[in-house]
Design a protein around this ligand. Structure first.
Ligand SMILES: [Zn+2]
Ligand SMILES: [Zn+2]
Length: 543
């Protein structure tokens, strides 16, 4: 009975884990690598046989968890895909969008190649594989224990991250072994004070917990601070009667911003507001799905819906579906325009940027993370001239970066959620940059839990590990340590590693002939440590 880590080890994207027993093989998530992880993994094949997989469990619709499923199907996977009902609807929109984007990219590369006499480029998958994948979806309700394969039970619980997101509890047993092992997959966890979703379900029992660590080393701004920051930026932007552009992810973030705009209007009834547009056919479909699953939303939102007040429809709001409607928005002098993509790497936000960035009274509100290498990032970093659709655009607009809107738990949320498990639970820390993963593992350790940060393709023997005594130190895969760029917080980790070594040495039975070799090394080590400690003191004094 093994757990294999096929993705999101020491990185945020590409979630993919396998439960491998002598009776069945099940995957949990099968996502794309995105942003900086994308190039690193380009063209990588699955390092298992897709036809050998019996079923797949999907925690939520985000493409870094679901994006490779149509490829898995293309390569022969025929099992059922279990997810919540809301996820089954959202993932259809995201898969179709990703097939369309890959199709466009392949066409563009093919044209480029043909001029050089090179062969055409095929997309990873097309609508056809998306259709076949949709046929395998097998939606399940939250909170119900279901035996999906003999000896394998699962239960989907609220994760509070996006609509339909789930924590998955699994009970695994295999032939000729009379022990059942419980593994919990956290998926992506929402913050404890999430605005749109309910908070993540507290789970009280597990042998192993795969826990995400996106913000394992960071805290978010408080909801109150985030809201006042949004209010300030918006008030400043509305002083001019020009456009306010909001590049946004269309799943969850767009709905959150619409709701925040609604609250803003209610709080400032006398302020003259321009028209608000959600200029994204995909965003419109997603918003409709959010409005359809009202029982899954937070109490705050449910109460609004009950009163007949749609939280996703602020005053003076309009969906723009067709490209003609979108172009008409361009003709308007003012307006708050929400459009994808969230990092300005495509989508309708591009033509709004092209037509407005050169104007000094345009305001751009960034409400989400901007990854390195994206146009959004270059704008945040102060680029003065950019190129959009073959045209040079001089950048004169004003920018506001709001970092508080997160659909993820922060360090405190993660540790608090983890603290509900009994001390026998072992944590496997995934879905985070090496530093965040490591910081979370150390935090879990401080709480008395065994925690490890696995590397890509590591295998954890669930039966053997469950019998082992919990270790005092977090076990960090060497490959993960190697990939860390050193910073001040790494000193604590290094000191812990040194303590571990000295503990080990004290238990060694050193033979007399080795003294001569070891003692001079220890003397140098002691001198070096004394020097390091005195440097540390200086730093403290001067700070
Ligand atoms: Zn996610
Ligand atoms: Zn994720």
């Amino acid at each position: 009975m093994k757990l294999k880590i096929h993705g999101a080890a020491g990185e945020v994207t590409g979630s993919n884990y396998m439960i491998d027993t002598n009776s069945f093989k099940v995957l949990v998530d099968c996502g794309f690598h995105q942003g900086q992880d994308e190039q690193k993994h380009e063209g990588e094949a699955f390092n298992f046989d897709p036809t050998s997989i019996d079923a797949l469990l999907l925690t939520h619709a985000h493409i870094d968890h679901s994006g490779r499923i149509p490829l898995l199907v293309k390569e022969g996977f025929k099992g059922k895909i279990f997810c919540t009902y809301a996820t089954s609807e959202l993932v259809e929109i995201l898969w179709r969008d990703s097939a369309r984007l890959m199709g466009e990219e392949a066409e563009w590369r093919t044209r480029k190649n043909s001029r050089k006499g090179l062969p055409p480029v095929e997309p990873l998958y097309t609508e056809k594989e998306v259709e076949s994948s949709l046929g395998l979806l097998s939606p399940v309700p939250y909170d119900e224990m279901i035996e999906i394969i003999q000896g394998f039970k699962v239960r989907f619980r609220e994760a509070g991250h996006i609509l339909g997101s789930s924590i998955i509890e699994t009970w695994i047993s295999e032939n000729n072994v009379d022990k059942t092992v419980k593994v919990v997959f956290s998926g992506d966890l929402g913050p404890h004070d999430g605005v749109i979703e309910k908070p993540p379900t507290l789970i009280e029992d597990a042998d192993f917990v795969l826990i995400e660590s996106t913000y394992g080393d960071r805290l978010h701004k408080s909801l109150q601070d985030t809201r006042s920051e949004f209010e300030e930026a918006l008030k400043e932007a509305l002083q001019t009667s020009a456009k306010v552009l909001v590049p946004t992810f269309v799943v969850d973030r767009a709905q959150r911003v619409l709701y925040e705009l609604d609250l803003f209007q209610k709080k400032n009834p006398d302020l003259k507001m321009p028209k608000i547009y959600l200029d994204s056919p995909m965003g419109i479909k997603v918003t409709e799905i959010y409005s359809k699953y009202i029982p899954l939303l937070s109490r705050e939102l449910k109460e609004m819906f009950l009163k007949g007040d749609d939280p996703f429809e602020p005053e003076n709001f309009q969906f723009t579906r067709s490209s003609d409607e979108s172009r008409a928005v361009n003709e308007e002098v003012s307006g708050i325009i929400l459009a994808g993509s969230g990092m300005c790497s495509g989508g309708r936000i591009m033509h709004h940027l092209k037509h407005n960035l050169y104007k000094p009274d345009t305001h751009v509100l960034f409400v989400g993370y901007q990854a390195y290498g994206t146009l959004g990032r270059r704008l945040v970093d102060g680029a003065k001239e950019i190129r959009i659709a073959g045209e040079d655009v001089s950048v004169k607009a004003q920018f506001h970066t709001l970092n508080g809107f997160s659909a993820h738990a922060d360090r405190n949320d993660l540790l608090e959620w983890a603290g509900n498990f009994p001390k026998k639970a072992r944590f496997i820390v995934v879905h985070g940059e090496p530093k965040s993963a490591q910081a979370l593992a150390m935090g879990l350790n401080d709480k008395g839990y065994a925690a490890q940060v696995p590397a890509l393709n590591d295998t954890i023997d669930l039966l053997a590990a469950a019998e082992e005594k919990a270790v005092k130190m977090p076990v960090i895969s060497q490959k993960i340590i190697d990939s860390i760029e050193m910073g001040p917080q790494d000193i604590m980790q290094m000191l812990a590693a040194i303590t571990q070594k000295t503990d080990e040495m004290q238990r060694l039975n050193i033979k007399s002939k080795d003294y001569a070799k070891i003692m001079p090394l220890l003397v140098s080590a002691k001198t070096l440590l004394e020097t390091a400690a005195s440097l540390g003191k200086d730093v403290k004094k001067s700070a």
